[in-house]
Write a protein that binds this ligand. Structure first.
Ligand SMILES: OC[C@@H]1[C@@H](O)[C@H](O)[C@@H](O)c2nc(CNc3ccccc3)cn21
Length: 446
């Protein structure tokens, strides 16, 4: 029966735009996700984050759920435009008060706050001036980060500068499925450079402010397997590994963008993001932990795809989630082992892992999400193998505490341990809530 270490941190995760609602209340400025969701055609089910889970008004009830769940830590993000409505300059005191109250309630409940500085909700005023393509946003992020380090100098356990810079760069600026909805690969490359620089400036500010706690960044990492052992499929998998994983891992831990990807992009005619030696050192300065979001692997082969010449495969013998993602628990073991051996992070937290299911209450109002229990169990067992083999993993966060606004899919995808009835905003604990409650209490997966 695998036991995790006594001091292993079990938690759950959420993000501001996905749960808070109150999109324009108490002085909050517009974010790019307010604008994107208000633009017809962008959200599959036509919903928005205007209300979402109404966490802004129900946070005390939600902290009580966290206390009942018994988690050691709670990962949430701060909405930048709730603090700086224009992105920089004027502070919105009511916004700051909300997070002061939330963190205070968490401390009362004995739960460690884990804060993500940026989980995609950029102030629209900064986007109006170019957003992450613009150096001004890099500077504004550093000011925003420093202000929060000063405001919560002693209360936060982990600080995460960015959530998934790959998604912000390539889903938001190349695929166009996320805000701001650009479809320009050159912009995506420039955004990835600027996100990394902003991360470096924030880490520098954290050290200068002598803030308590630890600081790191969260990457979504996916093992990439070749569809066959042909040379061209192996090369396709290597290109995808570079695109999805090494593009951010290498600058953060080796101080350089991966050479093979730079050559590939140059061959495809894209202007390459430039980094001076000083900027490389800023980005690769030591961090206290790496956050890994793991959900699925990718299986690829040589294809005709525009930039990468790859084709994606869905192994028919596998099970898939409501997002269409393959269920592949071994991938969590693989990615933790690979990152530990190749990049030697000081520490690792699995900052997200979870499954979307078409959860519905039964005739008695209960939600028996056994498939979510099976998913979480299998991934925790895979993680335990990596921990047992000496990988430096100190914690694991389920995505998510409660059902919430799933970006381009709106409210139609449910990841929560707690069900949210969006007509009444009632919270209903699922079977997985009680299963995870036992895991957290016993530190054991059975
Ligand atoms: O989709 C579930 C969660 C999402 O709700 C979180 O806000 C976000 O941090 C998150 N990242 C992934 C994995 N990465 C990903 C890959 C392709 C598109 C979007 C996200 C899943 N999730």
């Amino acid at each position: 029966m695998p036991y995790f270490p006594e001091d292993f941190i079990f938690g759950v995760a959420t993000a501001s735009y996905q749960i808070e609602g109150a999109w324009n209340e108490d002085g909050k400025g517009e974010s790019i996700w307010d604008r994107f969701a208000h633009t017809p055609g962008n959200i599959q089910d036509g919903t928005t984050g205007d209300v979402a889970c109404d966490h802004y008004h129900r946070f005390e009830e939600d902290v009580a759920l966290l206390k009942e769940l018994g988690v050691d830590a709670y990962r949430f993000s701060i909405s930048w435009p709730r603090i700086f409505p224009e992105g920089r300059g004027r502070v919105n005191e009511k916004g700051l008060d909300f997070y002061r109250s939330l963190i205070g309630k968490l401390q009362e409940a004995g739960i460690k706050p884990v804060v993500t500085l940026y989980h995609w909700d950029l102030p629209q005023k900064l986007q109006d001036k170019g957003g992450w393509e613009n150096q001004e946003t890099v500077e504004a992020f550093a000011e925003y980060a420093r202000f929060l380090f000063q405001s919560f100098a002693k209360e936060v356990f982990l600080w995460i500068t960015h959530n998934e810079p790959w998604v912000v760069s390539f889903v938001g600026h190349y695929e166009g499925r996320h805000a701001p909805g650009k479809r320009d690969f050159k912009s995506a490359l420039q955004v990835s450079r600027n996100l990394l620089l902003s991360h470096g400036l924030a880490v520098q500010a954290f050290r200068e402010e002598k803030t308590l706690g630890s600081i790191g960044i969260t990457l979504n990492l996916t093992p990439v397997h070749p569809f066959s052992d042909s040379e061209e499929d192996i090369l396709a998998a290597k290109r995808c590994d570079g695109y999805f994983n090494r593009w951010f891992l290498d600058p953060l831990f080796k101080g350089e963008f991966p050479e093979d990807m730079l050559l590939w992009y140059e061959k495809k005619g894209f202007a390459l993001p430039q980094l001076s030696e000083e900027e490389k050192s800023l980005i690769a300065q030591p961090i206290d932990f790496l956050g890994i979001n793991y959900y699925f692997r990718r299986v690829v082969g040589k294809g005709e795809g525009a930039i990468f010449e790859v084709e994606f495969f869905n192994p028919p013998q596998s099970e898939y989630t409501d997002m269409g993602w393959e269920i592949y628990p071994e991938g969590l073991y693989e990615i933790v082992k690979r990152v530990s051996e190749e990049y030697q992070p000081e520490d690792i937290y699995i900052t997200e892992n979870g499954i979307a299911l078409p959860d519905q209450p039964d005739s008695k109002g209960r939600i028996n999400d056994q498939r979510r229990i099976d998913y979480l169990r299998s991934h925790l067992l895979a993680l335990h193998r990596a921990v047992d083999e000496g990988c430096p993993v100190s914690g694991y966060f389920v995505w998510s505490l409660m059902d919430n606004f799933e970006w381009g899919f709106g409210l139609s995808k449910r990841f929560g341990l707690v069900y949210v009835d969006y007509t009444t905003l009632q919270r209903i604990k699922k079977a997985s809530f009680y299963w995870y409650q036992k895991v957290v209490k016993s530190k054991r997966v059975d």
